[in-house]
Design a binder for this molecule. Sequence first.
Ligand SMILES: [Zn+2]
Length: 94
Amino acid sequence: MRKQYLHLSAYPCDACAGPVIAGWMGVRENAISKETDIRQVGAICLSCGHRQCAATEPARARYLMPMEWAPADAVKASRLTSVFVEALNPAELH
Ligand SMILES: [Zn+2]
Protein backbone atom coordinates (compact mmCIF):
# COMPACT_ATOMS: atom_id res chain seq x y z
CA MET A 1 0.00 0.00 0.00
CA ARG A 2 1.23 3.48 -0.95
CA LYS A 3 2.34 5.54 2.05
CA GLN A 4 4.00 8.90 2.51
CA TYR A 5 6.73 9.40 5.11
CA LEU A 6 8.03 12.51 6.80
CA HIS A 7 11.79 12.54 7.50
CA LEU A 8 13.41 14.99 9.90
CA SER A 9 17.05 15.84 10.44
CA ALA A 10 18.79 18.14 12.91
CA TYR A 11 22.07 20.06 12.55
CA PRO A 12 23.66 23.18 14.03
CA CYS A 13 22.70 26.63 12.74
CA ASP A 14 25.47 28.69 11.08
CA ALA A 15 24.12 31.89 12.63
CA CYS A 16 23.64 30.90 16.29
CA ALA A 17 24.66 27.21 16.64
CA GLY A 18 21.10 26.37 17.70
CA PRO A 19 19.25 23.36 16.31
CA VAL A 20 18.06 23.54 12.70
CA ILE A 21 15.29 21.07 11.88
CA ALA A 22 14.94 20.10 8.23
CA GLY A 23 12.13 18.01 6.78
CA TRP A 24 11.44 16.15 3.56
CA MET A 25 8.75 13.81 2.30
CA GLY A 26 9.09 10.52 0.45
CA VAL A 27 6.53 8.11 -0.95
CA ARG A 28 6.81 4.34 -0.68
CA GLU A 29 4.64 2.33 -3.05
CA ASN A 30 4.78 -0.77 -0.80
CA ALA A 31 6.62 -2.10 2.25
CA ILE A 32 9.76 -3.22 0.37
CA SER A 33 10.08 -0.54 -2.31
CA LYS A 34 12.51 2.38 -2.12
CA GLU A 35 11.12 5.82 -1.48
CA THR A 36 10.36 7.92 -4.52
CA ASP A 37 8.90 11.37 -5.11
CA ILE A 38 11.26 12.83 -2.48
CA ARG A 39 10.81 16.54 -1.89
CA GLN A 40 12.00 19.13 0.60
CA VAL A 41 9.48 20.51 3.04
CA GLY A 42 11.65 23.20 4.63
CA ALA A 43 14.32 23.90 7.23
CA ILE A 44 14.44 26.37 10.08
CA CYS A 45 16.56 27.08 13.16
CA LEU A 46 14.44 26.67 16.30
CA SER A 47 16.46 29.34 18.11
CA CYS A 48 16.77 32.20 15.62
CA GLY A 49 14.56 31.32 12.65
CA HIS A 50 17.44 31.19 10.13
CA ARG A 51 16.42 29.02 7.15
CA GLN A 52 19.47 26.89 6.55
CA CYS A 53 18.78 24.04 4.14
CA ALA A 54 21.87 21.88 4.84
CA ALA A 55 24.52 21.20 7.48
CA THR A 56 27.82 23.06 7.06
CA GLU A 57 30.99 20.94 7.30
CA PRO A 58 32.33 19.61 9.64
CA ALA A 59 28.89 19.41 11.26
CA ARG A 60 26.75 16.46 10.24
CA ALA A 61 23.00 16.13 10.16
CA ARG A 62 21.48 13.62 12.54
CA TYR A 63 18.36 11.84 11.36
CA LEU A 64 15.19 11.04 13.25
CA MET A 65 13.06 8.00 12.54
CA PRO A 66 10.78 8.57 9.55
CA MET A 67 7.11 8.79 10.43
CA GLU A 68 4.07 8.04 8.35
CA TRP A 69 2.40 11.24 7.14
CA ALA A 70 -0.97 11.59 5.42
CA PRO A 71 -0.61 13.11 1.93
CA ALA A 72 -1.87 16.70 1.71
CA ASP A 73 -4.38 15.86 -1.03
CA ALA A 74 -5.88 13.10 1.15
CA VAL A 75 -6.37 15.63 3.95
CA LYS A 76 -7.97 18.06 1.52
CA ALA A 77 -10.24 15.37 0.10
CA SER A 78 -11.55 14.57 3.57
CA ARG A 79 -12.84 18.11 4.01
CA LEU A 80 -16.56 18.26 3.46
CA THR A 81 -16.39 21.74 1.94
CA SER A 82 -14.20 20.70 -1.00
CA VAL A 83 -16.52 17.76 -1.73
CA PHE A 84 -19.47 20.12 -1.56
CA VAL A 85 -17.84 22.65 -3.89
CA GLU A 86 -16.91 19.89 -6.35
CA ALA A 87 -20.54 18.69 -6.35
CA LEU A 88 -21.75 22.19 -7.10
CA ASN A 89 -19.17 23.04 -9.79
CA PRO A 90 -18.06 19.82 -11.51
CA ALA A 91 -17.40 21.61 -14.84
CA GLU A 92 -14.92 24.10 -13.38
CA LEU A 93 -12.75 21.50 -11.71
CA HIS A 94 -12.40 19.00 -14.57
ZN1 LIG B 1 20.03 29.91 14.54
